[in-house]
Ligand binder design. Structure first.
Ligand SMILES: *Cc1c(COP(=O)(O)O)cnc(C)c1O
Length: 354
């Protein structure tokens, strides 16, 4: 605390990201990064962008990248795509431009913990809606006056996906609110709501290149929605930072969106490893929530989650544990390579039998 801090700064409760330890040889399964890394086409594009041209500002509108994203989906045009410095930045602008109204916004009680942080930053009222006993989102529970709705699909940290007809039911029931679907993990098993944007002017879908496209280090995310929503985001972006994506990010991200083959191969590999990992953990007595993401959320009826996380850590494996109501007995484990998953399972077997 400093006397030079503004009242706003004093009132903030910043998000705490999963740690990025510098230890060598760590099996890092705590922040849902993709174990396969970007493909050679992306690395080539980054090398090409590294040169004399860095003296020039990048395209403030990231036109090539937005065109690549529009072409990837096929059903939307350039004016329906917004890009930002990670989807966290896209979400931040979304809270400020589309979710700040009279009524409180709604999101699940167990969800991405950045949402309440943005609410505090921008002075937005919110109310949480409890997930059901099986940690599923029930659309009927959102039938209450609201200034907007936001949720991840699949949800984080549960990994559970909401079916597209349920997303649509939410849009139909809330025609006067913006509904934001944060699809950070959609490519690992969910059904994207981008298919609905041309029918629902109140729908904004946010995605990231950090997970399914292995580019967490490049910081690129995007939103797709009605051109009027995108215009709102642009007003905030151009009042904050007109060049959020540098030249390298624009080039690498464009190549990543265009390289469908690498994307398909790596995401299928993650899905396959997830199925195997779920089986192995179930065999050890873990209860695993059905996951459509690149992580699983699991608890063991006889073993305390915090202790297990600590014991894993002593064996050089880090996973995420949230000391929060309802989920303090769960571990969130990123699906790594098959080799990493095998190390995890072996360590858990040892911890459980000790
Ligand atoms: C990882 C994640 C994001 C943020 O991703 P960026 O790296 O900022 O693009 C957003 N929402 C959820 C639910 C996430 O898990």
């Amino acid at each position: 605390m400093s006397r030079f801090w503004s009242a706003t700064t004093r009132a903030l409760q910043p998000y705490v990201p999963g740690e990025q330890p510098k230890l060598p040889k760590l099996v890092k399964l705590n922040t849902n990064e993709n174990p396969y890394g970007p493909g050679p086409r992306v690395l080539d594009a980054l090398r090409q962008a590294t040169g004399e041209s860095l003296k020039l500002y990048p395209d403030p509108e990231s036109t090539r990248l937005r065109a690549a994203i529009a072409a990837y989906f096929g059903s939307v045009d350039l004016r329906q795509v917004f890009v930002g410095n990670g989807s966290d930045e896209v979400l931040a602008h979304t809270f400020q431009s589309l979710l700040k109204h009279e009524q409180p916004i709604l999101f699940p009680d167990i969800t991405y913990s950045f949402y309440p942080v943005y609410c505090r930053l921008y002075g937005i009222d919110y109310a949480t809606v409890p997930l059901d006993e099986q940690f599923a989102l029930r659309v009927a529970d959102y039938a209450q006056p609201n200034g907007g709705i936001i949720f991840p699909n699949p949800n984080a940290p549960t990994g559970r996906a909401l079916a597209l007809d349920q997303v649509e039911a939410l849009l139909v029931a809330n025609p006067d609110s913006v509904v934001v679907v944060d699809e950070a993990y959609i490519d690992f098993g969910g059904c994207s709501a981008v298919a609905l944007v041309n029918r629902y002017p109140n729908l904004l879908v946010v995605q990231t290149l950090s997970k399914s496209r292995s580019l967490a280090g490049l910081r690129v995310g995007f939103a797709v929605g009605h051109a009027d929503l995108i215009d709102g985001l642009n007003r905030v972006k151009n009042s904050f930072n007109s060049y959020p994506l540098d030249r390298l990010a624009q080039s690498g991200a464009t190549a990543a969106i265009e390289d469908r083959e690498w994307f398909e191969r790596t995401r299928q590999a993650v899905i396959k490893s997830r199925h195997a990992l779920v089986q192995e953990l179930a065999a050890l007595g873990f209860e695993v929530l059905p996951s459509s993401a690149n992580f699983i959320f699991a608890r063991h009826p006889q073993h305390d989650a915090e202790k297990s996380a600590l014991a894993l850590r002593q064996r050089g494996i880090i996973v995420r544990h949230f000391k929060l109501p309802r989920i303090e007995q769960f571990l969130r484990i990123t699906v790594g390579t098959d080799e990493q998953c095998a190390l995890l399972v072996a360590a858990l077997r040892e911890i459980i039998s000790a």
